[in-house]
Design a protein around this ligand. Structure first.
Ligand SMILES: Cc1ncc(COP(=O)(O)O)c(C=O)c1O
Length: 400
């Protein structure tokens, strides 16, 4: 038979999904596995939002909507962007998609031609390079800046620019590091973008999960000059409103880019779910208190996990400023004996943690940091305490 697509064959399956599949099969075998691998809130969708979805069904709001989303939701998104981010958008600049992930892949399809380079700073969310490749683009990875707290570094980005560079991806707060870019970081990156005529894809999906007095979310699109035209802001309700399964995300961009994103989406998926759009519009208009309540739950969990992790020997981490991940350097465990072998990589550590301690974490090789693991603290305080106690006894029990 003829070979299948070279592009699709080159795509790596997601290692986060591999971890959860392994955790699931252990659980099916009767093991009490603590899953710190997922990138998903464990909280239910707030009741007012769910009620808006139920009402949409009862009202018969169950037909296709405009391919770019309802006018009602796109107006609600414009209101949110003005209120929270200081961005002035018209509904024609918004395309509502099936989650932020879909909005991102539409965006790459709209801006990339084969061979175009896209600069991505490590550590990065593992889907960006694959999405770029699916569009024929070339991901160019900037090495992690541990000394800078893993924030994106404008000078390193500048050094990665070539005459083929089309765009830079920014993700603040970051999955997996939890780092939050400062206004100064973003201003310096905006300068690089303007000087080299680059688009900036700014994934702001964790905007509402931000902790500590110093961390403030700034959208790079709000920094003036022509950044509002160069930047494509990606956001959604998945993480802010505990609505992962509803699948509503969006892009906000110049009308020219939005037209192309809309064209791509109109042929690939048409509009996102009509019921979820009603719920998302309600969430953006009335869900402010729920967002703050979710943030407070995660702020407490972050405090707890940082305290517990600080007591574990040979792990190194910084308290995350945003999102819900602890990004831990495990190279201090290398060379130690575990389960009949020696730990030589973060993947070995993750496998041994799952096999011995029955705790699922994600090794971050596919996120551009092969000595780190990602521990998701989207779990109850009891489960966090139990899971970290298991990791501590694993680390203390390793052989020489
Ligand atoms: C950085 C980042 N961007 C986008 C997404 C996708 O969000 P959505 O569920 O809205 O597609 C995720 C989900 O894990 C993420 O971590």
């Amino acid at each position: 038979m003829k070979p299948l697509s070279r592009v699709a064959s080159g795509i790596k399956p997601s290692s986060t999904l591999r971890t959860s599949a392994m955790a699931r099969s252990l659980r099916a075998a009767g093991e009490d596995v603590i899953d710190f691998g997922l990138g998903e809130l464990d909280l239910p969708t707030p009741p007012g939002i769910s009620a808006a979805g139920i009402k949409a069904i009862e009202d018969g709001f169950t037909k296709y909507t405009a391919a770019i989303g309802t006018e009602e939701l796109r107006r609600a998104i414009c209101g949110k962007l003005a209120r929270d981010n200081g961005l002035s958008c018209e509904p024609c600049q918004i395309v509502v998609s099936n989650g932020a992930k879909h909005a991102l892949s539409n965006t790459f399809a709209a801006i990339l031609d084969p061979g175009d380079e896209v600069i991505i700073s490590a550590p990065y969310w593992l889907s960006y390079p694959e999405m770029v490749r699916l569009c024929g683009g070339v991901p160019v990875i900037v090495p992690p800046d541990a000394a800078g707290g893993f924030r994106p570094n404008a000078e390193a980005i500048r050094r990665a620019v070539t005459d083929k560079t089309k765009a830079v991806v920014i993700n603040s707060p970051s999955n997996p590091s939890g780092a939050v870019a400062s206004r100064a970081d973003l201003a310096a990156i905006a300068d690089v973008a303007v000087q080299n005529d680059l688009y900036v894809v700014s994934d702001e999906i964790y905007e509402k999960l931000i902790y500590g007095a110093d961390a403030v979310h700034v959208s790079i699109a709000s920094l003036g000059g022509d950044m509002a035209e160069r930047a494509v802001v990606i956001n959604g309700v998945s993480k802010s409103h505990a609505m992962t399964g509803w699948r509503i995300g969006y892009s906000a961009s110049s009308p020219e880019i939005a037209r192309l994103i809309a064209a791509v989406q109109s042929h690939q998926t048409s509009a996102p779910n009509s019921i979820a759009q009603k719920a998302a519009a309600w969430a953006l208009e009335h869900g402010g208190a729920a967002v703050l309540a979710i943030r407070d739950v995660f702020a407490r969990r972050r405090g707890l996990i940082c305290t517990l992790a600080a007591d574990i020997p040979r792990l190194s981490f910084e308290a995350p400023s945003g999102a819900f991940y602890l990004f831990v350097d495990v190279s201090g465990l290398y060379g130690r004996a575990a389960g009949g072998g020696r730990l030589e990589s973060a993947a070995d550590v993750a496998d041994a943690l799952l096999g011995i301690a029955k705790v699922a974490v994600v090794p971050c090789g596919d996120f551009g940091c092969p000595d780190h693991i990602r521990i998701t603290y989207a779990a109850s305080e009891e489960r966090i305490a139990e899971g970290m106690a298991r990791i501590a006894s694993f680390a203390r029990g390793l052989g020489r």
